[in-house]
Design a protein around this ligand. Sequence first.
Ligand SMILES: [Zn+2]
Length: 65
Amino acid sequence: MTEQPLIPADKKRAAHEMRGIVCPSCGCKHFSVIYARPTREGHIRRRRECRNCGRRITTYEHSIG
Ligand SMILES: [Zn+2]
C-alpha cells in the first residue's frame, strides 16, 4: 500500500495543467489551446491542438469557484 507523498504547490499546478491528456493520434502530450469558453453547465470547454501532429481535441473542465 503506497501513500501519496506531499506535492509542492508548483508541481500540483503542473499536474493540473497536464490533466493526463494524450493525443489519440501520436501519443504526444503537448497541446496548444486554440480557445476556451465556459459552457452553460459551468464547465470550461477547451479546444486543443496537438503540437506534434495537429490533431484537434476538445476537453471539458470543471471551473472552480
Ligand atoms: Zn498528435
